[in-house]
Design a protein. Structure first.
Length: 483
């Protein structure tokens, strides 16, 4: 590529490979031009004059970042980069194994050659370059490049010849620190150069040192890039490994994350709970494993309500569409391998610090109900009123509390308990678990005398004591399923 007279091209993710020229700049020649190069690779390029990889001359103040300049050659100066009267900014670049060839006695700068130039180099690696004369790593003539956090090492016959500004964090050494991820006593780059190790993704890390979750001997990133493995959710892990490790759900056991089945249309999700419909029996309101007359009667009881019970398609109201879904699912529930115990229930995943339990909101058909009635409904659904044992669990439950209002939870005051006293003594969970964690609202509990012995939670996550059948009791309960 030749850039002339104030050209300012911008290139990203480009490769300049195996080009040759009889004069300057085997990969790119810049004359009074300032390109911006990002994530580009210059490899195997050759010139008979300056700049085997890149030639910058007469005011070519390029910006070069995250680039790899490796294995380029010249018979003159600057096998990797040659700077003549130019001040480029070079950052996060690898300048490696570039070579001045032939027997020219005055050929300098295997990695970088600077003449009347003051480039800046930040976080770069200049290593294993060579010159037949001097300045194997860098040769500076009437130049003062500024180096910051840069490593110059392993170059032949020397590292830096000429002046330079040390801005700190630099390493200048005849031998490079050994990177030996496979612990065979040989530098990783030498392993790759000798083909002792493969580096199919060309990131200078032996393949055996990179994640290979499917055990095929190829890095996962390369499997994904070449299409040998699918990564439908874009998390950098082959889907097959996500599924095998249980990091994502695959309830239909087709080897594809459920979220991808739904996104691609392979599976339907009419209730929009991110679980393929084939994994649920969403019309089984009673949770007895069969859609029958009991579910129909329950649906009629919820008719016209906002759900979530009975609102199978999650459109905010129980109506004819939900009845059609129930009729379509009539009979024994089949092939239900996983999924929520009721429509709208949400799991608190173990992978996110949870307990693996499911949580949902239950509403009695008649609206406001007493504590005993709502608990019976929770038990009929196969769960029980929620037991909250940590701040994290309380926060998770609070996020479920829509619409705004009050909700029953499974906390009671055990009057026969020897610890009973008003207002704070004798509180325990409905399964007999002691109250080791609480999130009472200010001044709660506040019962002065044996009338408020059960507990609710408001949509802000705060608890309060109340009577089991107060005027205007909560319409909803938070239900928890532990299996």
């Amino acid at each position: 590529m030749y850039n002339y007279s104030e050209s300012t091209p911008t290139l990203e993710n480009c490769t300049f490979n195996d080009n040759s020229v009889g004069v300057y700049g085997g990969g790119m020649h810049n004359y009074n031009s300032s390109p911006t190069l990002t994530d580009c690779t210059f490899t195997g390029n050759t010139s008979t004059d300056d700049g085997g990889g890149i030639y910058l001359s007469y005011g070519s103040n390029a910006t070069i970042s995250n680039c790899t300049i490796i294995g380029n050659t010249t018979t003159k100066d600057g096998a990797g980069i040659a700077c003549i009267d130019s001040n480029p900014d070079i950052s996060d670049c690898l300048i490696e194994s570039n070579e001045i060839t032939g027997n020219t006695p005055n050929a300098w700068g295997g990695g970088i050659y600077c003449l009347r130039s003051n480039p800046t180099l930040i976080r770069c690696e200049i290593q294993y370059n060579s010159s037949v004369s001097v300045g194997g790593g860098m040769y500076n003539d009437q130049s003062t490049p500024a180096l910051t956090d840069t490593t110059v090492c392993g170059n032949t016959p020397d590292q830096i010849v000429g002046g330079w500004d040390n801005n700190g964090g630099n390493t200048i050494a005849d031998e490079c620190p050994i990177e030996d991820c496979n612990e065979n006593g040989i530098d990783d780059l030498e392993d790759i150069a000798n083909q002792t190790s493969m580096d199919c993704d060309q990131n200078s890390v032996p393949d055996e040192c990179e994640p290979d979750c499917n055990g095929d001997g190829v890095p996962d990133s390369w499997d994904i890039e070449t299409g040998a493995a699918i990564d439908c959710n874009g998390n950098g892990i082959p889907d097959s490994c996500d599924v095998a490790a249980g990091c994502v759900s695959d309830c239909n056991l087709n080897g594809v994350p459920d979220e991808c089945d739904i996104a691609s249309g392979t599976s339907e999700d009419i209730n929009m709970n991110n679980i393929p419909d084939e994994c649920e029996c969403i019309a089984d309101i009673t949770g007895d494993g069969v859609v029958n007359i009991h579910d129909l009667l329950a649906l009629i009881g919820y008719w016209g309500s906002p759900g979530p019970l009975g609102d199978f398609n999650a459109d905010g109201i129980v109506k004819i569409h939900d009845l059609l879904i129930l009729i379509a699912g009539w009979g024994e529930c089949m092939n239900v391998s996983c999924g929520p115990p009721m429509a709208g229930a949400v799991q608190w995943p173990i992978s996110e610090g949870g307990n693996g339990h499911w949580y949902g909101l239950a509403q009695a058909a008649g609206g406001e109900v007493c504590f005993d009635e709502i608990r019976l409904l929770a038990l009929d659904l196969g769960g029980d009123l929620v037991i909250i044992q940590s701040d994290a669990e309380n926060s998770f439950v609070t996020d479920l509390l829509t619409p705004s209002g009050d909700y029953w939870i499974g906390l009671i005051q055990n009057l026969p308990s020897p610890d009973y006293s008003e207002p704070s003594g004798g509180w325990e969970w409905i399964d007999g678990t002691p109250l080791d964690y609480s999130h009472w609202d200010s001044s709660e509990p506040d019962d002065p005398g044996n009338t408020e012995n059960v507990c609710g939670i408001n949509s802000g996550g705060w608890w309060y004591d109340m009577g089991s059948c107060d005027n205007g009791p909560p319409q909803y309960a938070v239900v928890e399923w532990s299996n």
